[in-house]
Design a protein around this ligand. Structure first.
Ligand SMILES: [Zn+2]
Length: 169
């Protein structure tokens, strides 16, 4: 047995990408026009070793979850449902979006992903993905992690990282 300590693993695979459309709002009722990015996600996890397997957690499990989560965002219009000036309303097979009370877009429902976040910034996308990853890992029994770091890049060299410290049971 080596000295007790913690390890960090990183998953920065090239297939953890999603192409999506979005617009963000700024303070003072300003709002971008709709546009797209080729986003890329990566994950770092810290914790003690799993005592049976001598790894922090199984890479393949994390990759599988992350591929599914980025797949949910792929080829979608990302819409925030908690933005104070963006109203997103399901209307039969369509989603109607109004900004500051003005009708702005109508999309086919299947092309949209409604996210419970206040703005579709990379920061909020990173926090959203980290929360989903944490829940999915817990569901498969990975509960000993100390830290989840999730980075979302929307352009080369332009990214946000959300970091959450966890308290293992
Ligand atoms: Zn953008």
């Amino acid at each position: 047995m080596g000295a007790p300590g913690e390890f960090r693993i990183s998953i920065t695979k090239e297939d953890l990408v999603f192409a999506a459309a979005h617009f963000i709002t700024f303070a003072g009722h300003r709002c971008e026009t709709l546009h797209g990015h080729n986003y890329r996600a990566s994950v770092r996890l810290e914790g003690a070793l799993d005592s049976d397997s001598w790894y922090v957690t199984d890479f393949s499990v994390v990759k599988q979850i992350m591929r599914r989560l980025t797949g949910e965002l792929d080829h979608k219009v990302l819409l925030p449902t908690e933005n104070p000036i963006v109203a997103v309303k399901k209307d039969g097979p369509r989603v109607a979006v109004a900004v500051s009370g003005e009708p702005r877009y109508v999309f086919p429902e299947g092309d949209c992903l409604l996210l419970p976040i206040p703005n579709t910034t990379v920061e909020m996308l990173a926090r959203h993905l980290a929360g989903r990853l944490r829940a999915e890992l817990a569901a498969v029994g990975v509960t000993h992690l100390r830290l989840i770091e999730l980075e979302v890049e929307e352009n080369f060299g332009q990214s946000a990282t959300y970091r959450e410290t966890l308290s293992p049971p």
